[in-house]
Design a protein around this ligand. Structure first.
Ligand code: 7PJ
Length: 292
């Protein structure tokens, strides 16, 4: 490394470099008709409208998103599983168009090894797996793409995970799980430098569990890997301050700032423009403090 330039944590996402020395925004593009919080907004009738989707993607990039996270499987509580083919049909055409038209890292929100492989071949730059590569063949598929991977913690599976989440110590257990998945990745040949961690807010967690994890983020950050967090519009906000999904942006911004202050590097959000502003304030304060 050139001694005159300070070293910065940088993630190579298929040739696009993400500078993690300042907090980054990941915008959510849902191709499902039934997601947690923005389900069906890219649909006309019962079909995904590619023009609406690319317009949403462009708006997010213009608003400062460094990454777009494209998902084709709904993981909201109670969601029905989709077939791998259905997921590919929803996601791959969009990956192709975004790669061709926009300068942004494309993240694929999937647990399907086949989709990881196909999306990487079409220009995706990051794999975001809410099952932390536990599906059969996922570790190998992710390794062979050469892409960075976000490993997320979830207790149970989406259809039942909110029934009765139980932990003795949620921060310890989530930390131990993520550490074990990092070890599994390293064992198969995915280097640590290519991994990000996510505690999985709302995935098999009560409000109290989510708050403990937010408080405990610095302990998870101590693993030395970049943290990604998704708190945007999540139901803990509804439960804590009684807001409907479309009224949760201000509280989501507060949570984003709290998470970044506790060590999060990337914030996944449905509302890119206000989140970018909120994180820019965190970055401004940090540069004044001289720790950037
Ligand atoms: C998350 C996610 C999250 C990561 C979803 C929603 C639910 N991936 N995919 N982290 N949430 N890494 O957007 O509300 O929190 S889907």
């Amino acid at each position: 490394m050139n001694p005159s330039t300070p070293s910065r944590p940088v993630l190579d996402c298929a040739g696009r470099m993400l500078d993690l020395s300042r907090p980054l925004v990941m915008g959510v593009i849902n191709t499902t008709p039934d997601s947690f919080s923005d389900g069906g907004t890219l649909f006309r009738g019962d079909h995904l409208d590619p023009e609406l989707a690319i317009e949403r993607a462009r708006d997010m990039v213009d608003a400062g998103a460094a990454i777009l996270d494209i998902g084709g499987e709904s993981t909201r509580p109670g969601a029905a599983p989709v077939s791998a083919q259905q997921e590919m049909d929803r996601v791959l055409p969009l990956v192709e168009r975004i790669t061709a038209e926009l300068d942004v890292v494309i993240s694929i929100d999937t647990s399907s090894p086949q989709l990881m492989t196909e999306a990487a071949a079409r220009g995706a730059g990051l794999i975001n797996d809410v099952r932390a590569l536990q599906r059969e063949g996922a570790l190998e598929a992710a390794r062979d793409t050469g892409l960075p991977v976000c490993l997320m913690h979830m207790q149970g599976e989406p259809d039942t995970m909110q029934a009765a989440p139980t932990y003795a110590n949620v921060v310890d257990e989530v930390g131990a799980f993520l550490e074990a998945r990092v070890a599994a990745c390293e064992a198969i040949g995915i280097p640590r430098e290519r991994l990000l961690l996510d505690p999985g807010f709302g995935f098999g967690k009560t409000v109290a569990h989510n708050l403990s994890l937010l408080e405990g983020l610095p302990r998870l950050a101590a693993a030395g890997l970049p943290l990604l967090v998704g708190l945007s519009r999540k139901s803990l906000i509804g439960k804590l301050i009684n807001r409907e999904v479309d009224e949760r942006v201000p509280a989501s911004l507060a949570l984003a700032v709290l998470a970044v202050e506790r060590g999060a590097a990337i914030v996944r959000t449905h509302d890119v423009a206000p989140t970018w502003d909120a994180l820019a304030m965190c970055a401004a304060l940090r540069s004044l403090q001289g720790n950037d």
